[in-house]
Design a protein around this ligand. Structure first.
Ligand SMILES: Cc1ncc(COP(=O)(O)O)c(C=O)c1O
Length: 371
């Protein structure tokens, strides 16, 4: 079984952002959608529900139980499914968490470069002030700078991305414990986005495994790891004192089909996930080699987490590399500046693709440079 081998002609018939946002001659390697067919158990579960007209509202906590089962199996992390609640998707869970655990005028700490919706507090018109403590040059959490910011700014909420999008960094147990110590000292609610955890596999440590007594919430979903963004459902996991503060209707927005699909993925899509994970690791190694071969000025060191590559293009001396790759080479990556103001020279490359697409993407980068 090869997962990332869907032909380009077929991919171009998809109606999603990746395949419809830009001109048809642009090769899209930006938004985090996979060039894969979904896992058979997921498709079969949805087909069965449609066949049986099982199309009403959800009742049973099957998604909560499936994530607990997966977590026990993958990370030896044992949580009570009753400590998980549904939410429509991870981004709305983050937004609800910011609204619930901060007041207008409060501060929310983030670590750029980071997935753009982490800036939610600032740009959603909710009057929260974003405090940015960038990752270190080496892409780690800058713990001393964070401690200083916790002390000085007293943020109400810290939004942690674990594993980190876009860099693919997997935070260590020591780092996660240091964060929890600081949050405890300064009374900060930690909200941890673990959406990229399943495909990252055993290298990942759930925040609440590293810190079982933390006043913190994990927001997660099967959507990134099994490419199910269209079929919405996600989970917020954490202590009752925090969960009960959310408005009651937050959970009603998760769709029954999302719950069915994500549950099937977590319980029966593990072979698919293992294979996808293996192919991502191989694609990262291939990308590193091929990038350096075609564009010797650039280098990429495979990251531990996610299926995304964060590439520093500053050796090319371009003003806006992502824009040039799009306009000239006709390949679209996510632009670095979407993730933080200091990342203009970076692009984020989606490697959940075939070797052909990855090779062609690099060829188009190289072509940009000679045009
Ligand atoms: C870190 C992170 N969080 C959230 C999302 C989106 O999740 P959802 O579709 O569940 O809102 C993505 C999508 O790429 C992501 O990378």
């Amino acid at each position: 079984m090869t997962i990332f081998n869907v032909p380009l002609d077929e991919l171009r018939t998809r109606g999603t952002i990746k395949w419809q946002r830009f001109e048809p001659d642009v090769l899209p390697m930006f938004v985090a959608e996979m060039d894969a067919h979904i896992a058979a158990p997921v498709r079969e579960r949805l087909e069965r529900a449609l066949r049986e007209s099982d199309t009403g509202y959800p009742q049973l906590p099957v998604y909560q139980e499936a994530y607990a089962d997966f977590s026990a199996h993958e990370w030896d992390w044992h949580f009570d499914p009753a400590d998980a609640m549904l939410v429509a998707d991870v981004v709305s869970g983050m937004r609800e968490a910011v609204l619930t655990f901060s007041e207008p005028g409060d501060k929310v700490l983030i670590n750029p470069p980071v997935y753009p919706p982490f800036g939610i507090a600032g740009h959603a018109g909710e009057s929260r002030e974003v405090v940015s403590i960038p990752l270190t040059e080496g892409g780690r959490l800058d713990l001393p700078a964070m401690e200083q910011a916790f002390a000085e700014h007293r943020p109400a909420v810290y939004l942690l991305c674990s594993p980190h999008n876009p860099t693919g960094a997997v935070h260590t147990v020591d780092e996660l414990r240091a964060v929890a110590d600081m949050a405890d000292t300064y009374g900060v609610t930690v909200v941890v986005n673990e959406i990229h955890a399943p495909i990252t596999g055993p290298k990942h440590t759930p925040y609440l495994k590293a810190n079982p007594d933390a006043q913190a919430l994990i927001i997660t979903s099967a959507s990134k790891s099994w490419n199910l963004a269209a079929i919405k459902a996600a989970l917020i996991i954490g202590p009752a004192e925090l969960r009960r503060q959310f408005p009651p209707m937050v959970s009603d927005a998760a769709s029954y089909f999302g719950i069915l699909a994500h549950t099937a993925a977590l319980l029966e899509g593990r072979d698919w996930l293992r294979q996808a994970s293996r192919e991502v690791a191989e694609n990262k190694a291939f990308f590193a080699e091929e990038l350096h071969r075609q564009i010797p000025q650039l280098s990429y060191t495979p990251s531990e987490g996610t299926y995304l590559a964060w590439v520093d293009c500053s050796p090319l001396g371009l003003e806006l590399p992502g824009r040039d790759f799009h306009d000239v080479g006709r390949v679209r990556f996510s632009f670095g500046q979407e993730f933080g103001p200091d990342s203009v020279q970076f692009v984020r490359v989606n490697l959940a693709s075939s070797r052909e697409i990855i090779t062609e993407g690099i060829r188009r980068m190289a072509k940009t440079l000679v045009s």
